[in-house]
Design a protein around this ligand. Sequence first.
Ligand SMILES: O=C(O)CCC(=O)C(=O)O
Ligand SMILES: [Fe+2]
Length: 357
Amino acid sequence: MNIIAGPLTKLTKEVIDGFTNDVVEKLIYSVTPIKSNGVNISVEVSVEQKNHWKKELCNLTQQIKSASDIELLVDEVSMIAGKYLGDLKLITKELRNGKGYVVIRGCPVDDGLNELPTSISRPKNKSFISESVLLGVTHAIGFNPYGFKQEKNGALVHEITPVTGKEETASSNGMVEFMMHADGAYLSRDIRPETLSLLCLIDEENTDTRLVTINSILSELEPKSLEMLSDPNFFHVPPNTFDVGDEANSLGSILDKVDGLWEMKVATHSCEPKTLAAKISLKEFINAAESNVIAHSWRPGDLLIFNNFRCLHGRGEIKGKRWLQRCYGSRKVNVGEIINLNLNPACPETQVVTPAF
Ligand SMILES: O=C(O)CCC(=O)C(=O)O
Ligand SMILES: [Fe+2]
């Protein structure tokens, strides 16, 4: 492992392939900036460390298959992940107070991943390496993996790949362009995902994931828009991956200042402004977001983790075979909880999932 903090550098795959592992470890290559402004953190796991990490997870296989205590299991995979990530505090700090995203390259994934899932369920014959990496990394850096009963069948680790019959939806189940958004923008802050961890298993035709940070958006907003976006002038609509009714729409702001830090929540394709003035401010916000997009180009084993309160994400149209997995993280919700949104959105009852995934 090697943590590198410094200005972003663009290195092409050809350049990287030309180096030995030793050299590559000393280089910075993570999110390729379309527009770079400041410092970013990237972690590179060496091939040797990756193999070691994978072996440790393989030794857990039986335990994972029969796991009935998700908390214990997450603790275990998190202790393992923690050994390969270097300075965990630095990563946590970057996520909470910094730009809000970190890339970990070279994570282990399962062997023989040729068949993509075509539904929201994980393939039955798949081993648990990538899931253990996602849960482990998310927890090792201070966030509790959790999910929602109404999303992706209540799974703790989500399959992010086109789902048969949903290709045309602008969602994580679709293939068409998915505009910049925060996940669960319509949800109250205490149950909204604070972090998203995305792990690449396959991305044959290079469909980048796009990110934009709050600071880069704020730097381009007029004071009048800042005010408009900070007031409850917008209807937030649930995404169509959530199996909830229209009554779940919520009226709120897009920008909020929490504990002295700016945050944002919006799905730019579905948010409905209440007034014409709010519509103009939303347009300005979207323009600022689009002109500050950072694109992460995937390689299998890349794990991108970002603060869902301080970054928006999206992607272009999916062309080839593409399979990511995702895990939500929170400091408010407990490890392994699956929130049932249909009971009482103000005070959701939760249940602990069994078995593990
Ligand atoms: O497919 C991607 O790159 C991102 C999809 C997405 O929005 C998500 O997983 O929440
Ligand atoms: Fe998303």
